[in-house]
Design a protein around this ligand. Structure first.
Ligand code: AMP
Length: 277
């Protein structure tokens, strides 16, 4: 496994990919857990070459968010990726990705202004910009992304299509712990007590899904029940919504195939989760 920390080297490598080979790419911010490694395994199984990038992208964090304390565990990340048989780690730094006088940003209409985009203004501009830059540097055939960040996938698929890029996203299912909590690098922030409460998000979402038995139901009724049960457990609601899974537009009446998305605070930690209804 080779660590590439120069953009020049990455460009040289990617411009010489063998056209007959499938190049798999897994962009991450490090602090890898089993959820990240599931994406890596999928790439290793289907592609000839697998590259994992580790870059904590300052542009996707808001001023009061956790950029400066975002967990960094490079030694462990390196070992996990080595054990799995990854070919390359791409490890750029902020000065390389955003040199002084950097000016170019990718904005998408509408779909970046709802859900997490409404709570975290500018977040998806940061995400779209860094992913476009990474895709241009790495030139992958397939990019593996987790449904944990459902809106992110929809935003990035839209960007790839709109900009006529050839890279395709492979959607990978959410990996959860034994109690149902979606794995996240941010789970490290949780206290022992919060860790016990956190799986209630998944339970509340499952309860909502179970209460919908194909009959026509007003979304707001289902969501207010879900929010009530989460508030009782000690969560602060950021948002809960049921949306069309392709357009991310809010639906009034729920249909199978719609997507439930939830963002909550537990103490100071913001947790997100989603599931298909
Ligand atoms: P991050 O390091 O948080 O930027 O995540 C990198 C990639 O891993 C993104 O495509 C995430 O959606 C994905 N990912 C993070 N957590 C999970 C999880 N629990 N299950 C599946 N994919 C995940």
């Amino acid at each position: 496994m080779q660590v590439i920390d120069s953009l020049k080297e990455m460009i040289h490598l990617s411009r010489n990919w063998d056209k007959n080979q499938k190049i798999g790419f897994v962009p991450t911010m490090g602090a890898l857990h089993t959820g990240h490694l599931a994406l890596v395994k999928q790439s290793l199984e289907s592609c000839d070459i697998t590259i994992v990038s580790i870059f904590v992208n300052p542009a996707q964090f808001g001023a009061n968010e956790d950029f400066s304390r975002y967990p960094k565990t490079f030694e462990e990340d390196y070992q996990s990726l080595l054990d799995l048989g990854v070919d390359y780690i791409f490890l750029p730094n902020s000065n390389q990705m955003y040199p002084q006088n950097y000016k170019t940003w990718i904005n998408l209409d509408a779909i970046t202004e709802v859900l997490c985009g409404a709570s975290r203004p500018g977040h998806f501009t940061g995400v779209a910009t860094i992913v476009l830059k990474l895709v241009n540097l790495v030139r992958p055939t397939l990019m593996y992304m987790g449904e944990k960040d459902f809106q992110q996938i929809v935003v990035l698929e839209t960007m790839l299509t709109d900009l006529n890029l050839e890279t395709k996203i492979v959607r990978c299912p959410i990996v959860r712990n034994e109690f149902g909590l979606a794995l996240s690098s941010r789970n490290r922030y949780l206290s022992d007590q919060e860790r016990m409460i956190a799986p209630e998000i998944f339970k509340a979402m499952q309860a909502l899904r179970a209460s919908f038995r194909n009959e026509i139901i007003d979304t707001s009724e289902l969501l207010s029940q879900l929010e009530k049960s989460l508030v009782e457990k000690g969560f602060k609601i950021d948002y809960s919504e049921i949306v069309d899974s392709a357009t991310l537009e809010r639906v009034k009446l729920v249909r199978r195939g719609d997507r439930l998305l939830v963002a909550v605070f537990l103490g100071n930690t913001r947790l997100i989760d989603n599931m298909e209804i």
